[in-house]
Design a protein around this ligand. Structure first.
Ligand code: AMP
Ligand code: MG
Length: 353
């Protein structure tokens, strides 16, 4: 079903454009810091400034620890884990990575391995485990990609026995680039609540979780455009909600006129085709992050099935022709700025086995 959408008054559009988080009221506290290679933006409402600032400092420290622990190539707990997984022996898991590996296993299984953080080899082969992911370079040789996918690395190859890990497949290398931000935000929200803060947004470059409200108003969350520039609309959240977007504009490089982006289809070994961006509304940030990546790979035809399996209710997928596929719930909640957008409303598939 193709539909046109309601028009947002230009004044509102002007007020909202450029905002990636919220509409602050005077008493909101703001803090920014770098983590996971992005500018984190923390907004806290409803508590004295000193309490908010102390919480901000605590969160900055948390994110620094998580960034170091889960980094895919700078030496630390994750690189050590990957080296030991490749050896195939049993070893005691670093505590900073074990819970993230467990939740990644579950979400990989639910996504039919379209979210597959065991493909670290492939991501490295494409040159995305690098401080210069956008540097122009030739794509990897087809034969190397074929060899990498032929080994079928899966999270289910990792055997967890209490606190010990072992991989039955030496090709497994963990890269949590598609889930770490969400998992980190969930930990940080838990910490904020322990510090007595119930109204806040933790925003990592447009991916965020919002809790509570902004004074007497809901939080207003801007949704990034499919090309990564500007804002295509907004939703309001009241309570606890996560909004995550995966897009082909985030990281990528051009070689001989072709663009290669960073979201890899584990079935082909190449950047996933057919999708521009996916925005997911979910309860926890961990699931929303993994699901945005999985649905990007699933593409315009298969996303309703994978979303249902992952327990995601509301989705917006912009395909490579610019058509906006969305759930009925997303259509109700999303205030779009472009009233000429082509929209296709698709309910989720019934969850399969
Ligand atoms: P995101 O921006 O959350 O979609 O995550 C993308 C990042 O996750 C990439 O930069 C890679 O590090 C990693 N990645 C790419 N493709 C996949 C995939 N199919 N499953 C899991 N992780 C992936
Ligand atoms: Mg993700």
């Amino acid at each position: 079903m193709m539909k046109s959408i309601r028009r947002i008054p230009p004044l509102v559009a002007v007020l909202l454009s450029g905002l990636l988080a919220c509409s602050p009221q005077p008493e909101t506290y703001h803090q920014q810091f770098l983590a996971f290679g992005t500018l984190m933006d923390l907004t806290i409402a409803g508590v004295p400034t000193a309490q908010a600032a102390a919480a901000g400092k605590a969160l900055e420290d948390d994110f620094a620890v998580m960034h170091q622990a889960w980094h895919a190539w700078s030496p630390g707990p994750m690189t050590r884990t990957n080296a030991l997984l490749a050896e195939g022996k049993s070893f005691s898991a670093p505590p900073s990575v074990l819970p993230l590996i467990k939740v990644s296993q579950r979400l990989a299984e639910q996504s039919d391995n379209l979210f597959n953080p065991a493909i670290g080899h492939l991501i490295k082969l494409w040159g995305f485990q690098s401080d210069e992911p956008n540097r122009p370079r030739p794509p990897p040789a087809a034969e190397l990609i074929r060899q990498a996918i032929a080994k079928h690395p899966r999270m289910s190859d990792i055997i967890i026995d209490d606190f010990r890990l072992r991989s039955t497949n030496p090709a497994v290398q963990i890269d949590v680039g598609a889930i770490g931000k969400g998992y980190g935000i969930d930990i940080a929200i838990g910490h904020l609540r322990e510090l007595g803060i119930d109204n806040a947004i933790i925003n990592a470059g447009g991916d965020l979780r919002a809790i509570g409200r902004n004074g007497d108003r809901p939080w207003r969350i801007a949704i990034r455009g499919a090309d990564g520039k500007g804002v295509l609309g907004y939703v309001e959240t009241d309570g606890d909600e996560s909004v995550f977007t995966s897009g082909d504009y985030e990281r990528g490089f051009t070689w001989e006129g072709r663009h290669y982006h960073h979201i890899i289809d584990p079935r082909t070994g190449y950047p996933a085709q057919g999708t521009h961006s996916v925005t997911v509304l979910g309860d926890d940030a961990t699931t929303a992050d993994a699901a945005a990546t999985a649905l990007f790979v699933a593409g315009p035809d298969d996303w309703p099935r994978i979303a249902a399996r992952m327990g995601i209710k509301d989705v917006l997928l912009v395909d490579s022709d610019g058509v906006m596929h969305m759930t009925p719930g997303m259509q109700q909640r999303l205030h779009l700025f472009d009233d000429g957008a082509k929209i296709r409303i698709t309910p989720l598939a019934e969850p399969g086995p």
